[in-house]
Write a protein that binds this ligand. Structure first.
Ligand code: HEM
Length: 436
C-alpha cells in the first residue's frame, strides 16, 4: 500500500486520497493531518453517539433529517463514502444459514458505532444491506412485499459483473477520518481503537470477511471533484465549484423521491427499502474536451435548458428542482427528432410515477482504480422502480444519435448489485421471511 504524497496535496485532497487507500497507516496519517488544521476539521471533536441506540429511527436509510441543507434547501449529502462488501465466514454459519451468535455480534457491533458517533453527517451514517445471494441461504423465500431480483445487465451496451457477496456496509460522513477509523476499528489490527470513550473493536471479523477487491470509495460536494485533476483522465476543465465530476449540481429536493416514498410499507420488512448500486467509469476528457458548455447543458438537462440559459455554470441558477416542466419532459421524443439531442434529466424524469420521482439517489464520485467514475447508489420501493427509470434514461425509443442521447455515450457500467436494506430492527443477518 502506498500512501499519497502529503507535500503535493491540500489537506482535503490528502484526506480523500487516504480514504481511497484505506487501512491503519492511512487512518493514522488522516488523524495526524486532521489534527494539524483548523478547529472544524479537528479529528478530536467528532460528536459522540447516543446512550440509547433504540431511540434512533426505525429506517436505516433515515439520513435526510440528519444532514444539513444547502442555501436552496436541498439535502447536502455526506462528503465521504466507503462501500464495504462483506462475505459471511464459515464459522458464522450452520448449514449455510447465519447463526444466532453471528446475529448478536453484528447487532452489538452496529450499536457500538451508534454509541461512538452521532447519527449525522458530522458523525456517521451507515446502512447494512443484503444481496439476493444472501437470501438464497434460506429455505423460505423473501415475502412478496419485497422486490429483490438478482442484478442483471440493464442495457445492450454493458456487460457488468454482479455483487454476489452477502452484504454491503455503506459508511458515510463529512469527516474522512470517521469512515476510515470505523473500517479499521471493525476489521483492522489496531489495539483497542477508541472514539468518544467507546472502544470500536468488535468480533465482526468472525462473522464477515471483507471482499477487498470490491471495496469502493468516493466523495461528493462543491469543489471536491476539481481537486482531482492530478488523476489521469480528470481534465483541468472540471469546474471549480462543481459537486460532481460531470460539472453540475444534482439531487435537488423535487427530483428526488422522499424517504417515505422509497420505504417498504407492509410485511415483515416494513421500514426497509431496496438499494441498487452500480459502478461506472466516466469518459470525462471526451465530455469536457469535445463538448462546449451549451452542448453539455443540452445533454445533461435538455436543449431548452441550454437555449434559455436556465442552469448557470454548474447549476447555481436552479433552486430545489431541475427546471423541468411537465411539457419539457413530455417533449423528450420531439426534442430527439427536432433538436437531435435530448437531456439526461429530461429523459430520466419520464420514469416518474404520477409525477413523482421514484428514486432517492445517493450517488458519489470516485477515483477508485485511478480513473474518474461514479458509484450510483439509489434507494427505491422496489428494484423494479429502478429498472423502469433506467429504461427511461436509456431511451431506446428515442430517435437520436447515440452521442447526443443524454450522457449515455460517456458512462460505462462495470458492476451492478441489488440489496435489501432491512428496517433497523432486522438489520443483523435477517432470515428471508421473518413471518414464516
Ligand atoms: C455519471 C453519471 C450521472 C450523472 C453525472 C448524473 C447527473 C444528473 C443530473 C445533473 C441530474 C439533474 C439534476 C437533478 O434532477 O437532480 C440528474 C437527474 C436524474 N438522474 Fe442522473 N446522473 C448520472 C447517472 C444516472 C443514473 C445511472 C441514473 C439511473 C437511472 C440516473 C437517474 C437520474 C434521475 C432519476 C434523475 C431525476 C429525474 C427526475 O427529475 O425525475 N442518473 N442526473
Amino acid at each position: 500500500m502506498t500512501l499519497p504524497d502529503r507535500s503535493t496535496l491540500s489537506r482535503r485532497e490528502y484526506a480523500r486520497a487516504l480514504v481511497a487507500v484505506g487501512g491503519a497507516t492511512a487512518l493514522s496519517a488522516c488523524l495526524d493531518a486532521s489534527s494539524d488544521g483548523d478547529e472544524n476539521d479537528d479529528g478530536s471533536d467528532v460528536p459522540p453517539g447516543t446512550d440509547d441506540p433504540d431511540s434512533l429511527p426505525a429506517r436505516q436509510h433515515a439520513w435526510n433529517e440528519f444532514a444539513p441543507r444547502d442555501d436552496d434547501g436541498n439535502v447536502s449529502p455526506p462528503a465521504h463514502h466507503v462501500l464495504l462488501p462483506l462475505a459471511l465466514t464459515e464459522r458464522a454459519t450452520a448449514d449455510g444459514e447465519p447463526t444466532a451468535d453471528a446475529r448478536d455480534i453484528t447487532e452489538s457491533t452496529l450499536r457500538t458505532l451508534e454509541r461512538a458517533y452521532e447519527w449525522s453527517t458530522d458523525g456517521l451514517l451507515f446502512t447494512l444491506g443484503y444481496t439476493p445471494a444472501y437470501f438464497e441461504r434460506f429455505d423460505a423465500d423473501l415475502p412478496e412485499t419485497v422486490d429483490l431480483p438478482e442484478p442483471e445487465a440493464l442495457t445492450s451496451r454493458e456487460d457488468p459483473a454482479f455483487d454476489e457477496f452477502d452484504a454491503l456496509l455503506h459508511l458515510a460522513s463529512d469527516r474522512p477520518e470517521v469512515v476510515l477509523e470505523v473500517e479499521e476499528g471493525l476489521f483492522g489490527e489496531q489495539e483497542e481503537p477508541e472514539r468518544n470513550g467507546v472502544v470500536l473493536e468488535s468480533d465482526l471479523a468472525d462473522v464477515f470477511e471483507r471482499v477487498d477487491e470490491n471495496r469502493r470509495t468516493g466523495f461528493v460536494g462543491e469543489g471536491l471533484p476539481a481537486e482531482h485533476t492530478d488523476v489521469s483522465n480528470v481534465p483541468d476543465a472540471v469546474p471549480e465549484d462543481a459537486p460532481f465530476f460531470m460539472g453540475f449540481r444534482s439531487g435537488f429536493d423535487r427530483t428526488q423521491a422522499s424517504e417515505g416514498r422509497v420505504t417498504i410499507d407492509s410485511g415483515p420488512f416494513t421500514d426497509g427499502t431496496t438499494q441498487h448500486v452500480s459502478s461506472m467509469d466516466i469518459q470525462l476528457e471526451v465530455w469536457f474536451e469535445q463538448e462546449n458548455h451549451y452542448q453539455r447543458v443540452s445533454k445533461m438537462f435538455s436543449p431548452e435548458h441550454a437555449a434559455a440559459e436556465l442552469v448557470g455554470e454548474v447549476g447555481e441558477e436552479l433552486g430545489t428542482d431541475s427546471g423541468l416542466s411537465d411539457e419539457r419532459i413530455e417533449a423528450t421524443a420531439a426534442d430527439a427528432r427536432q433538436e437531435g439531442v435530448v437531456g439526461h434529466a429530461q429523459k430520466a424524469a419520464r420514469g416518474r410515477e404520477d409525477g413523482e420521482p421514484r428514486l432517492l439517489r445517493r450517488d458519489f464520485n470516485t477515483i477508485d482504480g485511478d480513473r474518474p467514475g461514479l458509484h450510483f447508489v439509489s434507494l427505491q420501493h422496489e428494484v423494479e422502480d429502478f429498472v423502469r427509470v433506467r429504461e427511461a434514461m436509456t431511451g431506446a425509443d428515442l430517435d437520436v444519435p447515440s452521442a447526443n442521447n443524454g450522457i449515455l455515450h460517456y458512462i460505462f457500467v462495470n458492476r451492478r448489485g441489488n440489496y435489501l436494506l432491512p428496517p433497523r430492527e432486522l438489520r443483523a443477518l435477517p432470515v428471508a421471511n421473518p413471518d414464516a
